[in-house]
Design a protein around this ligand. Structure first.
Ligand code: BDR
Ligand code: CA
Length: 331
């Protein structure tokens, strides 16, 4: 008998460019009882589309997940060529992690068609979780605007209110396809930005990662390899240990928003010049001359994560994956 008082798991579609930390996010989402992964949409970003699809299917094997539909979407941004992030994620996209081939196959339909099908079929509004350049999401919203009313909101990892990583001011996912991000922000769907401000904070301590890497458990070993990716892969600026849970933090935000400080703020994407791909977040408490003199149009507002209780997400991440003992043992 089902308990009618139990909270319903949030129906989500993940849009990924797997990707070291996308892999962590997929593993977390599948393990968390509050998240119901309806399907996974793939886009070129951290690696080529083919690699992203293959990595995603292999990660589903690691999770021993039941059948979950996976589809291939855009192989390049709306305007620009695809630019891989091999210096961060390795040529294959999963750093130094080698996973066995899988029997799973992608759906014979595109990401846009899969997302539409899942959204239309869902009895409840669906949350789209964007962990990658937003090309697929923009194409969906442009091609099928009728789905807007059936989307609860779009939670995306991307952007920043401070520094960038792809450029000094632009975060990779938004920088990779700025027009797509602008379309998403302008779509009328409520958006939640889990940007670099919080992304760059949530790190698993190095001794915990080391313990995971040396664990006998397959899952712990994979998670440890992904978290410790930079040490193994790195040279120069990427050689340092980071241990970031990365995209998985956006899933933590979905199930434990109380660990974040957030604000509704006007947000837009810069589309030209060196600042191309920068998310400009208006944190002013009073209108400035640009607004007073009507020099700028109306900006969409998004809920923006500004700060995070790091310890809370570190515990949430490890506990959800059944790896909390690594934290305790390594103290
Ligand atoms: C984002 O870009 C990728 O490297 C990560 O997977 C994450 O989604 C961080 O800027
Ligand atoms: Ca990603």
């Amino acid at each position: 008998m089902t308990n009618s008082a139990a909270p319903r798991a949030i129906p989500v579609i993940l849009d990924v460019d797997t990707g070291v930390d996308d892999a962590l996010a997929i593993l977390f989402a599948l393990a968390h009882p509050g998240i119901n992964v309806l399907g996974i949409s793939c886009v070129a970003g951290n690696a080529s589309l083919e690699r992203v699809v293959e990595n995603t299917l292999r990660i589903l094997d690691v999770a021993d997940a039941p059948y979950i539909p996976v589809a291939a979407g855009a192989r390049r941004p709306l305007l620009e060529p695809a630019r891989s992030a091999a210096h961060v994620h390795g040529e294959g996209g999963l750093g130094t992690l080698q996973l066995p081939p899988t029997d799973r196959r992608a759906e014979p339909i595109s990401s846009v068609e899969l997302m539409r099908k899942l959204i239309v079929a869902s009895p409840h509004p669906v949350t789209l979780v964007g962990l990658a350049p937003q090309t697929n999401l923009a194409l969906l919203l442009r091609q099928y605007p009728d789905v807007v009313s059936k989307i609860e909101r779009i939670v995306f990892m991307g952007g920043s209110t401070t520094v960038g990583n792809a450029t000094a001011v632009a975060e990779f996912n938004v920088w990779h396809d700025p027009e797509a991000a602008a379309i998403v922000l302008d779509s009328g769907v409520p958006t939640f930005m889990y940007g670099l401000d919080v992304f760059n904070q949530v790190a698993i301590p190095e001794h915990v990662t080391t313990a995971l890497m040396h664990s006998d458990s397959d899952l712990a070993h994979v998670v440890g390899q992904l978290l410790g990716n930079r040490i193994a892969l790195g040279s120069g600026r990427n050689a340092d240990y980071s241990g970031l849970i990365g995209d998985a933090g956006a899933l933590c935000a979905l199930v434990d928003p109380g660990a974040l400080e957030t604000a509704m703020l006007p947000l837009r994407v810069q589309l030209s010049g060196y600042g191309r791909g920068q998310t400009i977040v208006d944190k002013r408490s009073h209108p400035g001359e640009d607004i007073v003199h009507g020099l700028v149009g109306e900006w969409e507002a998004a809920e923006v994560a500004l700060d995070v209780d790091v310890d809370r997400y570190v515990h949430l991440f490890l506990d959800t994956l059944g790896l909390g003992s690594a934290l305790a043992l390594s103290r």
